[in-house]
Ligand binder design. Structure first.
Ligand SMILES: CC(=O)N[C@H]1[C@@H](OP(=O)(O)OP(=O)(O)OC[C@H]2O[C@@H](n3ccc(=O)[nH]c3=O)[C@H](O)[C@@H]2O)O[C@H](CO)[C@@H](O)[C@@H]1O
Length: 370
C-alpha cells in the first residue's frame, strides 16, 4: 500500500454556488494540512467552481440534477440522472473507501451523500444558512452530524445541530475582536453592505435615511456604501446632495478593515456577511433579502437579533424614516452600541474550520454515533 493510500480519506460533496463551495474549500485545506487525502464529488456544473480547491484534491464528477431548473423533458430525466450519479459515487467509494463524507449542500452533493448513506459510511452535512437548503433538508435525518454555520438553525423534528459557524476569510480573522470604538462626537463610520451582488433597496433607502439623521450625528458621519454598478451615480449624487462624505463602490475588497473601523453596519443578512459581522463584533441593522429561498436571510439574522446585537428591519417596513430612527438610536447611545458589539462577538465562531475538523475527526473515530 502506498503512503497516499494509507492516509484517511475525506470525501467532500458540494456544488453550485460559492456559498456552498467556500466552507468546503476551507475544510479541504485544513484536512490536507493534517495529512488526510481529500476528494471532491460534484457534477459538471459544480466542477466549474472547483478552481479554488487545493490542487491535491481530485474531482470525481458524478451526474446529478434538480427539479428546480429546465423544461419538462429535463425534469423527467432527473431521477435517472441522480440514480446514475449514486451508482458511480458508490462504485468510487468501493474502490477507495472514504473515512468520512461531508456534504455542503447544493444538488451536486446528492449522489455522494446518498451513496454514503447506502454504504453506511460516517457522514455529515454543513448548512451555511439558518434554514436548511433543500438537499440538506433531505439528508439531515440520515447523517451522523448536522453542522450549522448560522445559529440557531431551524432543523427537522428530532435532528440536533452543532454550531460550528461558517469559515471566514483570513482578513476577517485578522480583525477578530478588534476593539470597538463606540459612537461619539468624533468622525464615525457607517458601512453599508448589500452582499456579493449589492442591493438596490439599500441604494434607494440608506442615503435618504442618512439625510434624515440629526445634524449632530450627520456632521460626524462618513459612509462606505457598496452599491450595484448601475446604481453608483445616483447613490453618489444622493449623498452629495445631503452633504455626506461617502465612498460608494460596487465591491470593497477591504471590507474586513472597514467593518473593524465601523461604529455601525447596515447590511443584508447573507450567511457570510453575518459571520463577518459576528467574528469582528459590530452593531448592525439587518435588512434580509425578502425573496431568498424559505426566507433564509431572516433566519440568518435571528441569532444576532436574539442576542441584542442587531436590529432587524423587514423589507416591508423599510423606509428612510424607520431606518433613520434605528440608526440614530445606535449612533446616539455609545453604551447600547458597545453592548451590541460585545453581544455580536459572542455569536461569532472564528474557529469554524477548526470545529468542522473536530467533527470530522470525531466521526472518523466513531465518537458520533447518531
Ligand atoms: C441574494 C442571495 O440570495 N444571497 C445569498 C448568497 O449570499 P451572498 O454571496 O450575496 O452574501 P454573503 O453574505 O453570504 O457573502 C458576501 C460576502 O462578501 C463580502 N463583501 C460584501 C460586500 C463588499 O463590498 N465586499 C465584501 O467583501 C461580505 O463581507 C461577505 O463575506 O449566499 C449566501 C450563502 O448561502 C446566502 O446566505 C445569501 O442569502
Amino acid at each position: 500500500m502506498t503512503m497516499a493510500g494509507s492516509a484517511p480519506l475525506l470525501l467532500i460533496a458540494a456544488g453550485g454556488t460559492g456559498g456552498h463551495m467556500f466552507p468546503a474549500q476551507a475544510l479541504a485545506e485544513a484536512m490536507i494540512a493534517r495529512g488526510w487525502r481529500v476528494k471532491l464529488s460534484t457534477d459538471a456544473r459544480g466542477a466549474r467552481y472547483a478552481g479554488g480547491f487545493p490542487k491535491e484534491v481530485p474531482v470525481e464528477e458524478v451526474s446529478s440534477a434538480t427539479f428546480a431548473r429546465g423544461g419538462l423533458a429535463a425534469k423527467a430525466a432527473v431521477p435517472l440522472r441522480i440514480a446514475g450519479g449514486v451508482m458511480s459515487a458508490a462504485m468510487a467509494m468501493r474502490r477507495d473507501r472514504p473515512t468520512v463524507v461531508v456534504g455542503f449542500g447544493g444538488y451536486p452533493s446528492i449522489p455522494a451523500l446518498a451513496a454514503a448513506t447506502l454504504l453506511r459510511l460516517p457522514r455529515m452535512i454543513h448548512e451555511q444558512n439558518g434554514v436548511l437548503g433543500r438537499v440538506n433538508q433531505i439528508f439531515a435525518p440520515r447523517v451522523n452530524a448536522v453542522a450549522c454555520g448560522t445559529w440557531p438553525t431551524t432543523l427537522p423534528e428530532g435532528v440536533e445541530g452543532i454550531h460550528t459557524g461558517n469559515p471566514v476569510r483570513q482578513a476577517v480573522l485578522d480583525r477578530a475582536a478588534a476593539p470597538y470604538i463606540p459612537p461619539g462626537d468624533y468622525p464615525m463610520s457607517l458601512v453599508v453592505i448589500g452582499g456579493s451582488q449589492g442591493a438596490r433597496i439599500l441604494s434607494d433607502v440608506v442615503p435618504a435615511a442618512v439625510a434624515l439623521l440629526p445634524e449632530g450625528i450627520r456632521a460626524n458621519l462618513r459612509v462606505a456604501h457598496q452599491a450595484r454598478a448601475e446604481d453608483l451615480d445616483r447613490v453618489i449624487a444622493a449623498y452629495d446632495a445631503a452633504g455626506i462624505d461617502a465612498d460608494v463602490q460596487p465591491f470593497f475588497t477591504d471590507i474586513p478593515r472597514r467593518l473593524s473601523e465601523a461604529q455601525l453596519v447596515v447590511s443584508r443578512s447573507g450567511a457570510s456577511s453575518i459571520a463577518d459581522i459576528s467574528v469582528i463584533g459590530r452593531p448592525s441593522i439587518l435588512i434580509p433579502f425578502a425573496a431568498a429561498t424559505a426566507d433564509h436571510q431572516t433566519a440568518n439574522a435571528r441569532g444576532l437579533v436574539q442576542a441584542d446585537a442587531a436590529v432587524l428591519i423587514p423589507e416591508s417596513a423599510l423606509d428612510p424614516a424607520a431606518l433613520a430612527a434605528q440608526m440614530a438610536a445606535v449612533l446616539s447611545n455609545p453604551q447600547a452600541a458597545g453592548a451590541m458589539a460585545t453581544n455580536a462577538l459572542a455569536q461569532g465562531r472564528p474557529d469554524a474550520t477548526g470545529h468542522l475538523v473536530d467533527l470530522v475527526l470525531r466521526l472518523a473515530e466513531k465518537r458520533v454515533t447518531r
